[in-house]
Write a protein of this length. Structure first.
Length: 469
């Protein structure tokens, strides 16, 4: 059983099939042959380390952890241990499809069966097409006409009874999780350790808590970053510590199949957005590198290293943007509303190519995911499928005043502003010197002055957009 982005023992279809067939050798291979843009970022490596430790425990220490070229490793394991079939759950990144196709061929050539199955999506991309057999490009018809009319997703299954290969003791002498050296050398992960229980159990706890405490208010609370109104399951989904089927049916069963509650309806449709991102990645495969809408190929992005660095470090002088970027750096997570705000600020107010933002998120997010990250960035940039139009430019002051009314979120991540009153919290540069002084703030010293003027940069963005219209 080759584990990849499905690091769980419950509801793992490939593991179930492998266990049914015979004794199992569970293996995880840290693939050192992936393309540059798929090499894991720092935060993802941290998550992976802990997820492998937890999986090792769930498999009673029988997980073989290796690094290298999966094709070579799998072929050699098959020969060494007389293995007759290799099972895995499918991945949908274009490079992974190419890799897995080649591995399947090589295994079959050496008379070993290779069996892949769907373990990470509710509906596989090839299963949902328009009447004319072409893929959808717009979310609502994709989800409503395509997914919700397709056969129901698989109901989650239990952990299968497992018996491991006889020569496991010999096999276990190989590398271990620590040998992958995934943890940071510098201790920047303290917040993350406090915040995340990286295990299947941790995912189930989050899901149960969310269903009991938050889902019914999800439609309103999901936009307020200071409230724990969302499930925070995204990194668990990405690495497969929980399947979307487990979440879908837990919600379904808790509400007896009813989607009448707005929160329930919207939550399930957010799982649909995750599906849609994979769908786009599968059908239009280069969305990580190229504009979905090719009109954007001629967009006059600017090179602005200083602006990019200020954005990355949470020092733009716009509080809600800085709070978001600091949340990301400290916790490996950022609230969805704030992801949209900081992304809009980068691609519109700073006019920096969305791919720069995508890369930074890739490095810093625990849920960094080729599908959802590229789709998210292209949605904000206006270059994506079913994207927000480019000319709809978020005003970060109004966004802050609307979704962080009391300023709790900004104050948490920009504590230097904590004494500033609500009136100017989202626009400290408009406060008088006296007001700033009584809040112990000298702009440019304690907190940055804005690096761009929001009004002027908005006009500049609209002018840039006109050139490709
Ligand atoms: P909840 O609100 O609880 O939603 C439940 C689940 O639905 C999430 O866990 C996630 O799997 C899925 N989901 C929710 N919103 C979206 C969405 N807009 N697109 C796709 N799936 C969604 N999500 C990632 O998982 N990985 C990424 O790398 C990523 N990058 C993003 C980049 C940008 C610029 C933007 C705007 C969004 C990005 N998202 C990404 C989507 C979204 O922000 C996160 O999935 C969400 O914030 C995760 O928090 P949650 O689990 O509490 O979500």
């Amino acid at each position: 059983m080759w584990f990849r982005q499905d690091l769980r023992v419950k509801d793992n279809p490939a593991l179930i099939k492998a266990a049914k067939q015979s004794k199992v050798l569970p293996v995880y291979i840290y693939d050192t042959s992936v393309p540059q843009n798929a090499v894991l970022g720092g935060a993802s490596k941290w998550w992976l380390h802990h997820a492998l430790v937890a999986l090792q425990e769930s498999l009673d220490g029988n997980l073989l952890v290796l690094s290298g070229d999966p094709q070579e490793i799998l072929l050699s394991l098959c020969t060494q241990h007389n293995i007759s079939s290799v099972h895995w759950n499918r991945m949908y990144e274009p490079w992974a499809i190419a890799r897995d196709t080649a591995i399947k061929k090589a295994l079959k050539a050496s008379e070993c069966d290779a069996l892949s199955t769907n373990g990470s999506l509710l509906w596989e991309p090839m299963q949902v097409l328009k009447k004319d057999e072409t893929p959808y490009k717009v979310f609502t018809p994709y989800y409503k006409n395509g997914c919700l009319n397709a056969p129901d997703p698989r109901y989650p299954q239990r952990k299968p009874p497992l018996s491991f290969m006889d020569d496991m003791d010999e096999v276990k002498g190989y590398q271990g999780v620590d040998s992958l050296a995934l943890l940071p050398r510098v201790n920047w992960d303290l917040h993350m350790q406090e915040m995340w229980n990286v295990s299947e159990q941790g995912a189930q706890c989050k899901l149960e808590y969310f269903i009991k405490q938050a889902i019914e208010e999800y439609n309103d609370d999901r936009n307020v970053p200071s409230v724990a109104g969302t499930s925070q399951l995204s990194p668990y989904f990405h690495f497969g510590l929980i399947s979307p089927n487990q979440a879908w049916y837990a919600v379904h069963d808790a509400f007896n199949g009813s989607r009448e509650n707005k929160g329930v309806y919207v939550y399930l449709s957010e799982l649909g957005w995750r599906e849609f991102s994979y769908y786009l990645l599968f059908h239009f495969n280069d969305i990580q590198n190229r504009n979905f809408n090719t009109k954007f190929d001629n967009f006059p992005w600017v090179q602005d290293k200083e602006g990019l660095r200020a954005w990355q470090q949470g020092k733009t002088g716009v509080p809600i943007v800085d709070a978001g970027m600091r949340e990301l750096y400290q916790t490996g997570y950022m609230h969805n509303r704030v992801r949209m705000i900081v992304a809009s600020y980068l691609v519109k107010n700073l006019l920096i190519d969305w791919r720069e933002g995508e890369r930074w998120f890739w490095d810093c997010l625990l849920d960094a995911d080729s599908a959802s990250n590229s789709a998210g960035w292209q949605w904000v940039a206006g270059s994506g499928a079913d994207a927000s139009p480019y000319f709809r430019i978020f005003n970060p002051i109004l966004q802050g005043e609307k979704f962080d009314k009391e300023g709790a979120y900004v104050k948490k991540y920009c504590p230097e502003l904590s004494k500033l009153g609500k009136k100017f919290l989202h626009k400290p540069w408009e406060a008088s010197e006296q007001e700033l002084l009584s809040a112990n703030i000298v702009l440019g010293k304690d907190y940055p002055k804005p690096i761009v003027d929001l009004k002027k940069s908005r006009v500049r963005a609209l002018d840039a957009y006109k050139t490709i219209k």
